[in-house]
Design a protein around this ligand. Structure first.
Ligand code: SF4
Length: 415
């Protein structure tokens, strides 16, 4: 039997999943399942509990170990599940000696975490791009968000460790690395000399010349530093695809969310980035039905999609998280949240369709994924290879876009 890792949630969890797999194997845990939970929404937590029950049925003899943000925030309720053997905290899960312990609950105070240790990950079992953690935790306290209580305060991985990890991943054959964390735009604030995210990326790209594609996870629009803006404009290895943590389009809602930006800041940042790199494609996190949101306020979010020309929308119907200030505000009815999320997703689909139309006839450099017949291009667009071509995963290939179908661009491999 093997150690199985079941990740929920973000890219940071996927990175940490590989760290835990190595620790568990080294500890001789050969018949175990690690469930790496997420707490961002009530639905994510429900799915983790459901998975735990299913895994116990499927693997009656395995040791089931639960970790991740939901376990960090509410360890007793997971420890109380008869299916669960151990609960390990988000800080403890990255330490090798946590995996040799037998205590049923090993969860410390995450707010005591002071460092974001870097763990050399050999690879990502079933993935073509590698996730590299550069930061953990968050110092902000957005009123809807439970993450800081699962991840602690912001802390950065020293640049030297990031460079070592990137070199190891490039040597292992990864053409693309995704820098991940919880709030990566706060990178460096806790390090000597307070290097900015842009400065760190500049040094990383200089020190790892063989890295072909670098992609960033979510950015806070008002925390994009000058050096990062310059890199966006001039660095071809930095992918022209930026995912923005926008959340809403109405200033009063943004204030009630305790976000650091206003609508005009988002519009200005997108325009400034496009002025420097016109083919940049934006993704964005958007919440529908935040407490007190009325129809005109929601319309402001819909309008923002067009004004910033956002393409890849990650839409979340607001989910009240226990203990957050927003959960105590006047709630929008659940069916209204879901209906608004449906409208936002439909708008997102129209945005993608329009974007695909504009891409036909153009070119795309595709990183071929596991299937061998599809992958993603520099703009994170999903591209299926035309003419039933199949290529080795991890190959970067030049294509001409000849059409679009089933949520994919169709790319003909250049002769
Ligand atoms: S920036 Fe806000 S939404 Fe993002 S992790 Fe921090 S508190 Fe949560």
């Amino acid at each position: 039997m093997t150690t199985e890792v079941v990740n929920f949630g973000c890219r940071l969890n996927i990175h940490e999943g590989e760290v835990m797999r190595a620790h568990a194997m080294a500890a001789g845990l050969d018949d175990a399942v690690i469930v790496n939970t997420c707490a961002v929404t009530a639905e994510a937590e429900r799915q983790a509990r459901q998975a735990i029950r299913r895994l116990r049925r499927e693997r009656p003899a395995a040791r089931i170990i639960v970790t991740g943000c939901a376990a960090q925030i509410d360890a007793p309720s997971f420890a109380a599940m008869p299916e669960v053997d151990r609960v390990i905290g988000n800080k403890e899960k990255l330490k090798a000696d946590s995996w040799t312990g037998l205590d049923p609950v090993a969860v410390g105070d995450i707010m005591e975490a002071r460092e974001a240790a870097s763990h050399l990950v050999e690879g990502f079992d079933d993935r073509t791009r590698a996730f590299l953690q550069i930061q953990n935790g968050c110092d902000h306290r957005c009123t809807f968000c439970i993450i800081p209580f699962g991840r602690g305060n912001s802390r950065s991985v020293p640049l030297g460790s990031i460079v070592d990890q990137a070199r190891a991943l490039v040597a292992a054959g990864y053409a693309e690395i995704v820098l991940t964390g919880v709030d990566i735009t706060s990178y460096g604030a806790d390090l000597p000399g307070r290097p900015t995210l842009g400065q760190a990326i500049r040094r990383l790209l200089n020190l790892v010349p063989d890295l072909q594609r670098l992609r960033l996870s979510s950015l806070d629009v008002v925390e994009i530093d000058g050096e990062l803006m310059r890199l966006i404009a001039e660095e071809p290895r930095l992918m022209p695809h930026l995912h923005l943590s926008l959340q809403a389009g109405h200033d009063l809602i943004l204030k009630r969310m305790k976000r650091r930006h206003l609508r005009a800041d988002a519009v200005r940042a997108c325009a400034e980035i496009r002025a420097r790199r016109p083919d940049t494609v934006f993704g964005a996190d958007l919440i529908a039905g935040f407490p007190t949101e009325d129809e005109p306020m929601f319309q402001a979010t819909l309008d923002l999609v067009g004004e910033c020309d956002l393409t890849w929308l990650h839409v979340f119907p607001y989910s009240a998280r226990p203990g957050t200030p927003a959960a105590r505000m006047p709630q929008v009815p659940g069916d209204v949240r879901r209906e608004r999320a449906g409208r936002l997703r439909a708008l997102g689909e129209r945005q993608v369709a329009g974007y695909f139309d504009r891409r036909i006839g153009g070119r795309a450099r595709v990183l071929v994924e596991r299937s061998g017949t599809a992958g993603r291009d520099d703009h994170h667009a999903p591209v299926r290879l035309a003419d039933a071509v199949s290529l080795p995963p991890g190959r970067l290939v030049a294509t001409t876009i000849v059409g679009a179908a089933d949520g994919h661009l169709i790319g003909r491999v250049a002769a």
